[in-house]
Design a protein around this ligand. Sequence first.
Ligand code: AMP
Ligand code: MG
Length: 351
Amino acid sequence: MTKRLTALTGDTVHEEAILEAADALRQGKLVAFPTETVYGLGANALHPEAVRRVFEAKSRPPTDPLIVHLHSGAQLELVARAVPALAQALIEAFWPGPLTLVMHKTHHVADAVTAGLPTVAVRMPDHPVALALLAVAGVPVVAPSANVFSHTSPTTADHVMDDLDGRIDYVLDGGPTAIGVESTVLDVTIEPPRILRPGGTPLEDLQRFARMIEVRQPVTPESHEPQPSPGMMQRHYSPRASVLLFDGEPDKVRSGMRREADRRQGLGDRVGVLTTTEDRYAFADLGEMAVGLGSLSDLDAVARNLYAAMRALDARGVDVILARMVPEHGTGLAIRDRLLRAAEGRIILVD
Ligand code: AMP
Ligand code: MG
């Protein structure tokens, strides 16, 4: 049985919920909790059996390392060593916040946490419930997204229950998360530092501190008529339905998506569309099968809504989800990465 506790009302953190959950965490139980990015599945990072259970509960392969969550900069020396000056500057500027730093690990960090790597990924989440839980537990906490591996990350406690009810001990409910996509992961063990995953901290903000190398996902462009073809990358951050991702000149993308929606409906498919405010009118006839992401002029809103929108369409039983690419700036880079992975690396270019 998974016990669900309300941990936040307005700005008030519920202390009894935190005390109960922190105690469970220390003892090696699994506690899902809200962060500013997505909900995390927490376990005591110093408790090998608890760490093992995280992989089991998520069906996550043991080769995929976990992020260690801290409540203070002072906890850093327990898990990371040889912290470079750049990392210190980034920590001062961005913690607590959606920036994960990959650094050399200490011997306190078990191999299971880092999938055997000599480095450890660390961050301090910017959420009152997460910080209270971590402070009271007093131990570093591994917290991958609280979903079944490769599925869409959870942005509400309901999403966590949909995926993990019965497989974990607690869920702390702190309402919907503010950012909605995962943290930016930055490897600072190399020079220049390398962005391993774009996320909630925009590249532009990091570049004020140092030149960064970006690792882009491979993309397979397709001609206008989409044909089913094998994926180039592992599906990740994905809904159950297959995702068709469109890119090109905005008006042509809209008409390309419309044509494809009609074609698929003609074949008897249940079609879902992730619409931007700008595109919405073109899919009005789809009713609840068209779910709004927000305006392209507010990419932070699109990031916040993205995963919940994918889950909503899955719940409505769609076979295919049509979506458009978004601009690259700010949170757009993270949204593009998640859409691309959900679409298994394929983009339909409409020109
Ligand atoms: P999740 O917690 O599910 O959002 O995913 C954590 C991600 O952080 C992993 O999938 C890796 O991409 C990255 N990560 C964690 N630890 C390391 C590490 N030591 N080196 C490189 N990347 C890491
Ligand atoms: Mg994840």
